[in-house]
Design a protein around this ligand. Sequence first.
Ligand SMILES: [Zn+2]
Length: 152
Amino acid sequence: MPKQKISLVDHCVSEVGRLAGQDFFKSEDSLIADLAKALATTCDDSEHATRMISTWKAQTRTMLHESDLRLLADQTRPAKTVQTFGKCRLSLCAGMGWIRVFSLWTRKVGPTGYGFVEKQRITEAEYDDLCTKIDWQKQTAYSGVKQCECGA
Ligand SMILES: [Zn+2]
């Protein structure tokens, strides 16, 4: 069994223990274990499990049953927030996961007479400037996107 799963169940066992003051609470280990297991599979994470138990205690004096879990889980899930871009740890892409890149390709002829292309990374400002200046017969300015190294 993966380690994380075990710790979530353990967490849920202690959460179920917080229900000890509820009416009809059964302290048998097997019942607590069953309810904790059910709680662990219903909740999204350990924080959600805690929120579920706290909410239950706040709304009723009666013991929580497995059949209550599904509804309780839905009730205590945070409202879906609008998807927003995160932060880029490299401060490059604003969390979008990609950045614009610009390059200048210059066709040249080497000393042996063979043509080759020299590729040069340029900035966006240089790109804007060069577009009106370069000799398009010999040079090409490219803009494109590439994945940000932050892996967002
Ligand atoms: Zn990034």
